[in-house]
Ligand binder design. Structure first.
Ligand SMILES: [Zn+2]
Length: 192
């Protein structure tokens, strides 16, 4: 059984990126990526994967604790879920970017990224404009220190008021979580 380690970013004392919704309430990245990751996890379990999650509640976990847990468990694939932030400006559309670092995980990250964007375009039927920010490489701890293939996806922008409207809504979290799950499944089980 393929082992997948899902890592919702931040948690506890680390809120991640901060944004504001249309009624001016603060939205924290840690509270968006947790339900997204939980929906992804549930969907992957439904497809027969063995899934572990770095945090299943709002608690602080260091990066090395996440990495060590995945390494010790012997995960086959690691997916880190974040939502982006920008200092200023605004871009129309829901932007997605994905990071990889180790040479053997480039194809994994590329496929997750492409399948996710395709899934979002189909799932949202043109209601939401999806902007492909591309595949990038970065020296992130969760990419560098993991022994298995690992990718970090940035799903939308917490700092964009339109994105937050989607990301903080449970129905959309469920849908985005499922699309992430299907993107992983298409890579891990391409002949299904
Ligand atoms: Zn983050």
């Amino acid at each position: 059984m393929t082992k997948i380690y899902i890592d919702p970013g931040h948690g506890g004392k680390d809120p991640g990126a901060l944004g504001y919704n249309s009624i001016g309430a603060q939205v924290q990245e840690k509270n968006i990526v947790l339900p997204l990751s939980q929906f992804t996890r549930r969907c992957l379990i439904g497809k027969g994967y063995n899934v572990m999650i770095s945090r299943n509640e709002d608690k602080y976990v260091t990066l090395m604790e996440r990495v060590n847990e995945a390494n010790n468990w012997g995960a086959d694939a690691f997916l880190c879920v974040h939502s982006n932030a920008r200092q200023s400006g605004f871009v129309q559309g829901f932007e997605v970017e994905t990071y990889w670092m180790k040479p053997n995980e480039r194809e994994y990250a590329r496929q997750i990224h492409n399948h996710f964007i395709n899934g979002m375009e189909i799932g949202y039927l043109g209601i939401l404009q999806i902007v492909d920010r591309g595949l990038k490489t970065e020296n992130f701890c969760v990419l560098r220190e993991t022994k298995m293939i690992s990718a970090l996806i940035e799903v939308g922008f917490v700092t964009d008021i339109d994105d937050v409207g989607w990301l903080a809504d449970e129905m959309h979290q469920r849908m985005i979580g499922r699309i992430l799950c299907e993107a992983m499944d298409k890579y891990l089980n391409p002949n299904e």
